[in-house]
Write a protein that binds this ligand. Structure first.
Ligand SMILES: [Zn+2]
Ligand SMILES: [Zn+2]
Length: 363
């Protein structure tokens, strides 16, 4: 396998033998933090990634977001984890090596990588531009190692170029949380004249509020946490709806065109459905633990619908990044050095993160 387009060696991690602009091989050993067993604390871990494949790029990681899904994987909640498990799927860094069949990204370019690290590119979903719905995708931290590391590799399609205006230190969460809430706005054809609701003002919701505000919508933030009211307004919410108050919910009955739900807990879903007007849509991106009960007639009567979606395609991710760059949208983040990853996980488990945690590579 040939390696093309080598980068100059700049920076303390990549200086070799006092040379500059020399050819550079893919890294032989990656440094990472891994959970040795289900629910275990992360420990330093070194592994050999093997040869760089022709269509892969290697990324020198500068930052990686910490997402609730990383904790689900550490805890093997979805029965898909294998140990040692290196979490991390909100990667930002610089391409430092590229196989000879790569396109679109060049060595030296800043990129981001999210939940998927490859897709087949020949199934109907891939050919339709919905690579995130590929039947045989490669997931960044399933059966391979994720982004709590100094290096990572992925298929070039999933290494998304980072626009210059976007700050690398804050960008990580856009590649998971960001695209997860941006994709439904495109899917549902939300209009700037729409009145929209965001349920849950957390890692996902705080980005949804910013996107929908800049989209031009009148935004209703649904939250049960009083302390988040002012923050939700600062993020762009025009109204606050207290999900614990029947009066607050009743006041907006029949008025919304679109609602995105980012919560993981229980809610009075029939009451939420009632806040939609005719042809309204309730869209789920947060995984509600138990089945939802509702009357089908409530959908039929006013032609409402319920839907859901996972992350988004590479093209949607690029569109989202352009939108963020144009409107100055960024995740609200807390920063931890990667060596303090266990403290960061503890904070996220305790529900204290405002609103996303980003780990900075300090290997
Ligand atoms: Zn995630
Ligand atoms: Zn496919």
């Amino acid at each position: 396998m040939a390696i093309k387009r080598f980068s100059p060696t700049v920076g303390r991690h990549r200086r070799s033998a006092g040379t500059r602009n020399t050819t550079r091989k893919p890294t032989e050993k990656f440094q990472a933090y891994a959970a040795p067993k289900k629910g275990g604390k992360l420990e330093p871990f070194e592994f050999s990634p093997g040869p760089l494949r022709d269509e892969q790029v290697e990324i020198e990681i500068s930052h990686c977001g910490l997402c609730h899904s990383d904790i689900s994987m550490i805890d093997n909640e979805w029965d898909e984890s294998s140990y040692p498990l290196v979490p991390g799927h909100e990667v930002v860094g610089k391409v430092i090596a590229a196989g000879d069949r790569t396109q679109n990204v060049r060595v030296g370019q800043h990129v981001g990588l999210g939940w998927y690290s490859a897709s087949c590119l020949h199934c109907r979903q891939c050919l339709s531009g919905d690579q995130h719905l590929c039947a045989k995708p490669e997931q960044t931290l399933i059966n391979r190692h994720g982004g709590f590391a100094n290096r990572i590799r992925c298929h070039w399609v999933w290494a998304i170029p980072l626009p210059e205006k976007i700050e690398a230190a804050k960008a990580g969460p856009l590649f998971c949380a960001g695209v997860t809430v941006f994709n439904p706005i495109m899917l549902a054809g939300v209009k700037p004249t729409d009145r929209v609701g965001v349920i849950g003002i957390g890692g996902l919701g705080h980005l949804a509020v910013q996107f929908l505000n800049k989209w031009g919508c009148e935004v209703y933030a649904f939250t049960s946490t009083d302390s988040k009211h002012d923050e939700a307004r600062d993020l762009g919410a025009h109204h606050i709806v207290n999900t614990c108050s029947a009066t607050s919910m009743k006041r907006i009955e029949g008025s919304l065109d679109f609602i995105i739900s980012t919560v993981y807990g229980e809610l009075d879903w029939p009451a939420v459905l009632k806040t939609l007007g005719p042809k309204g849509r309730l869209h789920f991106v947060g995984v509600v633990p138990d089945p939802i009960e509702f009357e089908v007639f409530d959908l039929i009567d006013e032609q409402k619908c319920m839907s859901g979606s996972p992350v988004g395609s590479p093209a949607t991710t690029m569109t989202m990044l352009d939108f963020c760059a144009r409107h100055g949208i960024a995740p609200v983040t807390e920063s931890f050095p990667m060596s303090r990853v266990n403290d960061a996980i503890k904070r996220l488990r305790a529900g204290k993160a405002r609103y996303r945690i980003v780990l900075e590579n300090d290997f």
